[in-house]
Write a protein that binds this ligand. Structure first.
Ligand code: ATP
Ligand code: MG
Ligand code: FE
Length: 345
């Protein structure tokens, strides 16, 4: 199926043109610089900027793909979870386009979009078949191990008790005076640092059976470190703190993922979400993959953070499987990944 996809759940206004899992165009207007001066996403500003960016990103995506509305089978849009005022912009635009063109709507769960992202293809790499797997979903708002049994059938094996992994990166960066968002900066600096320099805590590693995460203690440990030692005074000292922090996050994520994989017994593993861009995480997981004998799929960097291509891919799979979260398409601040099942069929 050919899908026009829209996404505005947080601070990226995005539109994509996909055919199945093949991406013909993906346009992302990021507001990250706007929110950086406030140290995080300001919901009201996000909504306003989605309003001005939404129509231009649709025009741009259609132009890049070289197609008009008559080319599509359906419109896919993120229903939640996210900021309600932000979500409303893409959903209302999708409703309007649906009325004007007669194209049906397919509502998509934002995290299902992330789960589909490693299987997307484009002119640079072919798509892969969406097969059962274990996913480590790590982003600004989520840290979850998900057993993906089929499209729409998700078992969340463990999630975070407090902060998400991306949130931990953002908060640590703030404490270290590195600005927002923190993930990319820490990732860069960590490459130059010594990961054993500071013994930051590895939370929840004690129990093998427990697949939950906790990152707020690590954030506190960074705060205590800065309190006792002051801001790192040299670039090397800063790099050492970043490398140590990143190693703490990565080692917990990898350890839990390995336990979860043994439990569900899948040979395919994915990492998705903004934090899946992290080079330290990718390297550690590649090593675990060769040690434990599983196949690791990670999305290309352009599909790690929020984008509409992944929403289009999920909508295409839903459309093809006859699973439509429709009608009516609504907005949800919080939305369980499994909830779709109750509304399917
Ligand atoms: P959610 O998907 O849970 O609703 P979100 O959409 O805001 O949240 P994403 O856009 O998927 O989250 O990811 C953003 C997060 O990814 C930020 O916290 C950012 O710091 C983090 N991030 C981005 N690049 C990297 C990186 N290279 N290393 C670590 N973290 C990163
Ligand atoms: Mg974002
Ligand atoms: Fe996201």
């Amino acid at each position: 199926p050919r899908i026009l996809a829209l996404e505005s759940s947080c601070d990226e206004t995005a539109c994509a043109v996909v055919e199945g899992l093949f991406v013909r165009a993906s346009v992302v207007a990021s507001q990250v610089e706007l929110h950086a001066q406030f140290g995080g996403v300001v919901p009201e500003l996000a909504s306003r900027h989605h309003l001005t960016a939404a129509v231009p990103v649709v025009r741009e995506a259609l132009a890049r793909a070289g197609v008009g509305f008559e080319w599509f089978d359906a419109i896919g849009v993120t229903e939640g979870p996210g900021l309600v005022g932000a979500l409303l912009v893409a959903v209302q635009l999708a409703r309007g386009l649906s009325l004007a063109t007669g194209l049906p709507l397919v509502g998509v769960h934002h995290m299902e979009g992330h789960l589909v992202s490693p299987f997307l293809g484009d002119a640079d790499a072919p798509p892969a078949e969406f097969a059962p797997h274990l996913a480590l979903s790590v982003s600004g708002g989520h840290s979850e191990l998900v057993h993906v049994q089929a499209l729409g059938r998700y078992e969340v094996l463990g999630s975070t008790r407090d902060d998400a992994a991306g949130e931990a990166f953002d908060k640590a960066a703030k404490l270290l005076g590195l600005g927002y968002p923190g993930g990319p900066v820490i990732d860069r600096l960590a490459a130059e640092g010594d990961p054993t320099a500071v013994p930051f805590p590895r939370a929840m590693l004690g129990s093998r059976d427990n697949l939950e995460f906790s990152f707020s203690g690590l954030k506190t440990a960074v705060a205590v470190y800065v309190d006792q030692h002051g801001q790192p005074s040299s670039r090397q000292a800063l790099a050492d703190v970043c490398a140590s922090f990143q190693a703490a996050v990565v080692s917990v994520l990898v350890a839990k993922l390995r336990v979860a994989r043994r439990r569900v017994g899948t040979s395919l593993v994915t990492i998705v979400g903004g934090v899946s861009a992290n080079r330290g995480l990718r390297a550690a997981l590649a090593e675990a993959a060769s040690r434990d004998g599983f196949v690791l799929r990670a999305p290309p960097l352009r599909y790690c953070g929020d984008n509409a291509a992944m929403i289009g891919g999920a909508a295409a799979l839903r459309w093809a499987a006859g699973l439509r979260r429709e009608p009516p398409v609504e907005v949800y601040a919080s939305l369980a990944l499994d909830e779709g099942r109750a509304r399917d069929g």
